[in-house]
Design a protein. Structure first.
Length: 133
């Protein structure tokens, strides 16, 4: 059955979804895949067997790698940086077992886990210090 209106082309390239809708769909798809990877190892994050450093290494290799895969091809906007940073912060807070009443700044969170901010990561990877709005 044919539908009237503009066509929407979707293709998958190395695990990332590319549509004519733009960059937001690609970022949202990566966030969804990373969330699924994080939830698949949910018991690990609350385990007392592994230390904080080990959990952060596992997070970086299993979750953050999925999230930032092919991020060099993204158009880095403030929204992209914010969405990605919020996701990473939520995951790190869960790893540290930090709950809502326990206030922790993002700077302290990154210091405890020896992580860099997403903005710093994008600046390193893309070789520029600029973000499009």
């Amino acid at each position: 059955m044919l539908t009237k209106g503009p066509r929407k082309f979707t293709s998958a390239y190395l695990g990332s979804v590319s549509t004519t809708g733009g960059n937001n769909q690609v970022v949202e798809a990566r966030l969804e895949k990373a969330w699924l990877a994080f939830r698949a190892t949910d018991k690990l994050w609350t385990s007392h067997i592994f230390g904080r450093a080990t959990k952060v290494k596992i997070f970086n290799s299993n979750v953050k790698a999925i999230l930032l895969y092919a991020s060099k091809s993204w158009t880095v906007t403030q929204r992209t940086v914010d969405r990605t940073q919020v996701f990473i912060n939520k995951c790190l807070k869960k790893i540290l077992n930090t709950h809502w009443p326990d206030r922790i700044t993002n700077k302290k969170l990154r210091k405890k886990t020896s992580e860099q901010s997403v903005l710093e990561y994008f600046e390193e990877e893309n070789g520029t210090g600029s973000i499009t709005h």
